[in-house]
Ligand binder design. Structure first.
Ligand SMILES: [Zn+2]
Ligand SMILES: [Zn+2]
Length: 261
């Protein structure tokens, strides 16, 4: 049996539909060995309904610690999905430092004042080539910041299916090299299948780039409801195996190990 982890999960502590407790049984049934929660934490922006109020971090961690003490059939990991903002590295580091997290997922949702996944209107009247470049630039700075263990949906900018006119391989290559250099894992995020894109992140055409650059990988569902824990994982693992991956990254107390799958 494949050792599966699912580290990207949203409960009612941010924009998920259910309490963490409700994800446990579906995860066990999906053959997941480690389930990790990663609520949205977005500092430096106005509080939105999709992100966790920072005052709830301690209750969130205590909730998961209690759950971890009572549930023995599956390992429970405690994480966050943190928005990266260039120039705010020290503040993000100082904020996260005190919390006993197993991993931190770094994500870029904002380009400027708006999030790239808010709606297709974000893209209207803009240069798609330029948007992709900016998104990757931001990703590379996020990766190189040393703040994160995993990078979330590294090409979220594909969400509405807009396609640039240029070859993107050099951007993926640059990102993959930065990840390897900073020891950051990428995720195959299967939730892209449920979004307008209707496919995983990252673009499967460029998965070989991550393999060639030897970047550690995780498979994550980014589930916002229990029914989606471990969704499309068999396909994702098959895809990874096809590209040549044989190991995946697992995290505990912000230390990475590699496990064969
Ligand atoms: Zn995200
Ligand atoms: Zn997420």
């Amino acid at each position: 049996m494949i050792y599966k982890t699912d580290y990207h999960m949203h409960s009612t502590y941010s924009d998920g539909r259910s309490l963490p407790d409700d994800y446990i049984l579906p995860a066990i049934n999906a053959g997941i060995s480690e389930i990790g929660f990663s609520e949205h934490l977005t500092l430096f922006k106005e509080q939105e309904d999709w992100n966790m109020n920072p005052v709830n971090i301690n209750p969130y961690i205590h909730h998961l610690e209690n759950l971890r003490d009572t549930v023995k059939e599956i390992k429970i990991r405690i994480g966050l999905e943190v928005d990266y903002f260039e120039g705010k590295e020290k503040e993000i580091y100082d904020f996260l430092h005190p919390f006993p997290l197993d991993y931190v997922i770094g994500s870029v949702h904002y380009l400027g004042e708006k999030t790239v996944d808010l709606g297709p209107e974000f893209y209207e009247g803009k240069s798609i080539d330029r948007l992709f470049e900016s998104y990757f630039e931001s990703m590379i700075t996020a990766v190189s910041s040393g703040l994160f263990d995993i990078i979330g949906h590294c090409d979220l900018i594909r969400i509405y299916g807009y396609k640039p006119s240029v070859d993107l391989e050099p951007l993926y290559r640059k990102l993959a090299k930065a990840m390897k250099m900073s020891d950051v894992a990428f995720e195959v995020n299967t939730n892209g299948r449920n979004r307008p894109l209707a496919d995983f992140y990252p673009d499967r055409r460029f998965l070989h780039v991550f393999r060639e650059e030897n970047v550690p990988v995780c498979v994550n569902s980014d589930a916002h409801m229990p029914a989606r824990v471990g969704q499309y994982f068999d396909e994702a693992y098959e895809l990874l195996r096809y590209v040549g991956f044989t190991e995946m990254a697992v995290f505990e107390k912000r230390v990475r190990r590699m496990v064969h799958f």
